[in-house]
Design a protein around this ligand. Sequence first.
Ligand code: AMP
Ligand code: GLY
Length: 420
Amino acid sequence: MNVLLIGSGGREHAIARALSKSALLSRLYAAPGNPGMAEVAELARLDASDHAAVARFCAEKTIELVVIGPEQPLVEGLADSLREKGVAVFGPSKAAARLEGSKGFVKDLCRANAIPTADYQRFDDEKKALAYLREKGAPIVVKADGLAAGKGVVVAETLEEAERAVDSMFSGAFGKSGAEVVIEEKLEGEEASFFVLCDGTRALPFASAQDHKRAGDGDTGPNTGGMGAYSPAPCFTAEIEARVMSEIVAPTLRALREMGAPFQGVLFVGLMLTKQGPKLIEFNVRFGDPETQAMLPRLEDDLLELMLAAAKGALPDAPLRFSPQTALTVVLAAKFYPGTPLTGTEIKGVARASEIAGVVVTHAGTRRDADKLVAAGGRVLNVTGLGDTVREAQALAYKGVEAIDWPEGFCRRDIGWRAI
Ligand code: AMP
Ligand code: GLY
């Protein structure tokens, strides 16, 4: 069958690579894709916000499954537009994507269904929000309601910091996303991410991972989209998984179904493992980036078969098969990221790094410039190592990093420290 994959980042390159291994696949198209994806897919110039154009492309190329990588087109309803035309889609409808598109929606859903999460209040009025902050005191967490590319959350250690966050959100720092804010209690514990495939009725545990959100070693510096990840997360035990499935995932999917918004795709459950048990920090309605680059190399089942089953309401009941190895991914970012990254700089040595046994290099923000590979974004390359232990996977990933010649790039040197 022919498949269209929407997106252009490291997550999508990892998905493209896994799909390309499927015996079910005839042709894989990626829109817009990246130079890494071009090795396994035909790149298509398509604007994901032009739903009619995507639907036309599907008809022309007899696409039988569309896989939507990033959150923006999901929140904008691309899945709905394609399903209306009879195309199977891996990714939730606009109504179900509110799990990522509106933090207030999720918090209310949690409250109504007794799902464990941080205590909170929603505000569309700045004065009331500030009064609530003063009543609660610091530490406290302030969140813009809508999508903010991972930048709409401030974990404030002081009241002044929290007040500044509220002020900047209401003054339009995040556009419409900040017209409403959620203020919530700060949770304490270890963070873990858990991914679940959903077909509208069934939920099948996929894998766990841990990300590193801060730009600098030792979890210092500004927040980023993620500087590295490993999978599985050793802290995410079978017992915790069972609790998350029954206390968080099942009631959420049931609530969505009852609203007429069944969830099809992958649910990304961001968790804090607190002393009182796992609590929800946030949902995302797509795979994580860079978590996917660490999870997919471990998957032994056919990703295309699974995505198609999720899209058709026919996920299997049997647990998925993953290699017992650990995969660890290091993100190579362009100088000045997460500020304005320096782009256009030449990268050499990707082929050399890829030749190391147990090393996989994924393109996240690259571009071809004549015969050169150049940086074209903030997070540019991902280097994954696969090993029997976290330490072994880490050593391989950094061996891959050393093989890459890119003076204008940087990475964290401590990915995996918590597990080691
Ligand atoms: P989010 O975009 O909601 O994932 O938030 C980004 C990061 O902020 C999370 O990965 C956590 O590290 C942190 N965070 C968000 N909410 C809370 C909370 N209630 N307590 C502690 N940390 C939080
Ligand atoms: N790495 C976090 C995310 O994909 O949102």
